[in-house]
Design a protein around this ligand. Structure first.
Ligand SMILES: [Zn+2]
Length: 161
């Protein structure tokens, strides 16, 4: 009886050790897809204009292009205390997206991963979404970042007050 408990305790302890060992070894690796780096940099530049310092190494945020199974999910932000936060963009979505949409996707996911924002589905009197952080594309199918609306949406995104 007693040895059973001791064995179980040993098992739990060794499991805990393995978890710690894994999280430590992953701590040093931060991998962002080369294709995403220019867009991560645009986000950092827009943040800097608004007085926010973005350091992906310090914040431990990486970005990957992967196949996302659910068809309606274009991108995701994974958060885990022990590992880097991870922006994942669906490969097919990324390959089909134009420049404006790519920027929107990265702004939205880093809005989650870096700014720690949730979704905002509010709309103005013309029924247009007021935020890059709207929850689904169905909500504002015509949403697109343009030279005209870009500043408005980026001000809204970084407005962390
Ligand atoms: Zn989202």
């Amino acid at each position: 009886m007693k040895s059973g408990i001791t064995l179980r305790l040993l098992f739990v302890l060794s499991l805990a050790f393995v978890v710690i060992a894994i999280s430590c070894s992953e701590e040093d690796i931060l991998e962002t897809d080369a294709e995403l780096i220019p867009y991560f940099e645009i986000f950092a530049e827009e943040a800097a204009i608004r007085g926010i310092v973005v350091d992906y190494e310090a914040e431990r945020i990486e970005g990957l292009i992967q196949d996302i199974e659910e068809s309606q999910v274009l991108g995701q932000c994974f958060r885990n205390v022990e590992r880097p936060r991870k922006v994942v963009i669906d490969r097919e979505t990324w390959e089909e997206a134009n420049e404006a949409k790519r920027q929107f996707l990265i702004f939205h996911e880093l809005g989650h991963c870096f700014l720690e924002r949730g979704h905002l589905d509010a709309r103005d009197e013309d029924n247009n979404c007021v935020s890059i952080m709207h929850s689904t594309t169905q909500l504002c199918p015509d949403f697109e970042l343009t030279d005209e609306n870009r500043e408005f949406f980026l001000d809204e995104l970084f407005d962390t007050q």
